[in-house]
Design a protein. Sequence first.
Length: 118
Amino acid sequence: MRFLADECCPKAIVAALRSAGRDVRYAADTDKSVSDRDLLQIAVSERRLMLTEDFDFGELLIRDQLLSFGAVILFLPQLAPPARAARLMRVLAGPSLILESAITIVEARRIRQRRISA
């Protein structure tokens, strides 16, 4: 599973994914100030899941029906970045969650998904 982490993702999340062996392209390092639409195009071209804390990506995928490999939106404002990273890692380690072709919203106590066209 490969990710493109938006600039708004804390470094702690990117570091946790990388230390778990995940391939993460971090927009703060490689794609500063690139538009959300362009980030989605990069993610699709590289077959990466979009990882963000920005609900604008959900709107682009649902309302504007932009092409996507999938998106994970973290909605954990009450948690510090290391706790957000730990929550995401527990979700990724869980059984049978299919992230591709879906918008997945990760909250403190639940996970919501909506299928999208890939």
